[in-house]
Design a protein around this ligand. Structure first.
Ligand SMILES: [Zn+2]
Length: 128
């Protein structure tokens, strides 16, 4: 099974779990966005699924548990890990701590840039 189809299958399964994970109110909006993501071409689809399901700690954790046995430590699994620093992201903007240079790559424009964990400084955008 390709990484894409593993992620798509997991996203299909999580639809039934969303009310339990997020509560009925939030689940409906998230489910709609997951369905939209699933309707895209596979490559675009996994990217969008990730953007939606990374937003909530509950869905991120569920995807991580679901994908670990299937994908191991491959990039499609690492997308759902808590820690930033995904060196495999091809085209994200790079942000860095002005004091120590601690880098973080923003996967999508929807992601908030986390401050440097050591200095609590807002990371600033790097050229290129
Ligand atoms: Zn720092």
């Amino acid at each position: 099974m390709s990484d894409e189809s593993a992620v798509r299958r997991a996203a299909t399964e999580i639809l039934g779990e969303l009310p339990r994970l997020l509560g009925e109110g939030r689940a409906a909006a998230v489910a709609e966005r997951v369905r939209e993501a699933l309707a895209q071409e596979p490559e675009d689809s996994t990217f969008r699924i990730e953007a939606v399901l990374r937003e909530h700690p509950e869905t991120r954790a569920w995807m991580r548990e679901r994908l670990l046995p299937v994908l191991g430590e491959r990039p499609a699994f690492r997308d759902y890990q808590e820690l930033p620093g995904r060196s495999t992201v091809p085209a994200g903007e790079v942000f860095a701590c002005p004091l120590c240079g601690s880098r973080w790559v923003r996967p999508t424009l929807d992601d908030r840039v986390p401050p440097c964990p050591e200095h609590r400084m807002p990371r600033v955008r790097q050229g290129g």
